[in-house]
Design a binder for this molecule. Sequence first.
Ligand SMILES: Nc1ncnc2c1ncn2[C@@H]1O[C@H](COP(=O)(O)OP(=O)(O)OP(=O)(O)O)[C@@H](O)[C@H]1O
Ligand SMILES: [Mg+2]
Length: 214
Amino acid sequence: MEGVETVRRESGPWTPLVQRLMHGLRATGLVPEPLGVGDDGREVVAYVAGDCPHYPLPPWVWTDAALRQVGSALRKVHDASATLGLPSAGWRSPAVPPAEVVCHGDVSPDNTVWRGGRLVAFIDWDRAVPAPRGYDLGYAAYRFVSLTPPGHPDGLAAPVAKQRRRLDLLCAGYGGADPADVLRWAVYRVEALAASDSPHAALYAGDAVWLRSL
Ligand SMILES: Nc1ncnc2c1ncn2[C@@H]1O[C@H](COP(=O)(O)OP(=O)(O)OP(=O)(O)O)[C@@H](O)[C@H]1O
Ligand SMILES: [Mg+2]
């Protein structure tokens, strides 16, 4: 599209469905405009101007204000996703029952864009999958609270009491998620990563032990 800066990304059989989801979520104002698949077979989405935090994360990502916004923004996209009537199959990974909403699937700081302290977009939607709300909230809590052991290379070095308080804050931002349920989902997500072929599997395994101790 003329005049729109674009990003080209790897695509897969799930890309048309992911773009249907992104299109359906556009009214939230929190999702880049999907622009189809290019001649080169890659996915095209509109570029979202702003700051996309990369690891090691800048300190502002760890503010309570940012965390609360992650909760409230995620609630908006989840609620909108539930109205779209999208199919349960055709995603990159199988639906996770009971599929209450379509989850983003990878809610981490490097998949968000911010402007002037405001969360303006979740990007990188190709892990989207129908799942319970906790599937996203658990992973968001792991990454953004963060629910990580002392000395973790990608975490906020915070005592357990602060991790619990920040978990509550994320849940409050979401508008009333159950912190214990979110913690169970964090364990589920991180244990799945520990069992995957990720090069960071050993790190995830240690994090899962920490999560189970919380
Ligand atoms: N729509 C977008 N608007 C602005 N920046 C983007 C957008 N899409 C990607 N980016 C930037 O490019 C970086 C890489 O994006 P992308 O998600 O495509 O790759 P990736 O994160 O390496 O892939 P994956 O997470 O699937 O391994 C993002 O972290 C972000 O900085
Ligand atoms: Mg990404």
